[in-house]
Design a protein around this ligand. Sequence first.
Ligand code: HOZ
Length: 431
Amino acid sequence: MSISETMFARACEVMPGGVNSPVRAYRAVGVAPRFIRSAKGAYITDVDDVEYIDYVGSWGPMILGHAHPQVLSAVAECMWDGLSFGAPTGRETQLAELVVSMVPDIDMVRMVNSGTEAVMSAVRVARGATGKDKIIKFAGCYHGHSDSMLVKAGSGALTQGRPDSAGVPASIAQHTLTATYNDLASVEQLLCANKGEVAAVIVEPVAANMGVVAPEAGFLQGLRALCDQYEALLIFDEVITGFRLARGGAQEYFGVRADLVTFGKIIGGGMPVGAFAGPRKLMEQVAPTGPVYQAGTLSGNPVAMAAGLAQLTMLNEQPEIYAQIERNAAWLAQQLRELENEYHVGCTVNQIGSLLSVFFTDRPVTNYTGAKSSDTQKYAAYFRAMLEHNVYLAPAQFEAMFVSAAHTQQDLQATVDAARAVMAQMSGQTA
Ligand code: HOZ
């Protein structure tokens, strides 16, 4: 038995599924999860001392790679002053100022502890500001695990095959309407049928929790226009795209303005942080200036702010990183497509910015139905074989691959070599 397997058996006695977040239990891929000892740059090492090239990157925040020295120094320097005060500090304002300077069209930010909290609070602001209750989301988009958002959700909910969670009262779920990603007509139909009742349309501008699905040309612009026409707010959930697609996230990358924006793990550089942001008029609805209540002792935690400030400062000062990670992800995607042309394992590769996904389906994936057509058993086999070749991918079909600034051309080539061996084996040929 490996050390990971022993540790997992022990963990299963005291935590549901042995984990604190379902996807990492590896249930979708049929092996025990690797327990991690450490990570540095583009590599992650498990407790059995096996090193992998990592494309999970803590599910997105490690844009600069793991354990970046500047982020670690900022955390180390800050921690000696105390870990939590539940009182204002200058670092919160500094990070808020930086976020306001990087993200288009926002004036104010409220720091929270996770993307789930950010979305839950932004939705409350939208409801409070508009006086309307209904929300439109997209099937397969994931916005954290608050009650209103666990309706046709992506990520772990989709992997488990239960996109609607038990424990969500029908009286809450009834206010969440679901449209089809990349299908403006489905949104218009809901807005029209619920005229005057929809507070907001919330979208992952690049869907990355049903695997990676890019918005088709005009989709986000169309959402903006529909929201204006039907007087609903547009919320961009940028937990994955914020500060990753571009300094200003999806709003900058696609040139579309949202009314409220939510951020998650990336804003904390690997520490637990989330945030929601928007124009003054909306953000002043939040307590203590307005009637929408939201609070938290750990919100704006000094150590988390220090880590976030360090990472975002580097991204702000080195915009060339965005071109580098996008170019590398595009190269990797192209190599994987060429392998598919050679070995015909039946996969489709989607890529945008530094995000990509290998879907085991031969049809184009543009929405939830396309993503669901994937052969998840095939993905599991691919995942296990890649792991054997020391490449650490997301342990579920409906997640993203994250390319970081720490991945070198050598890492990318080693990944392609591993994929070649694996695809050749899957197709019964030799590499
Ligand atoms: N929901 C996350 C992926 N989209 C997984 C979080 C985790 O297990 O850490």
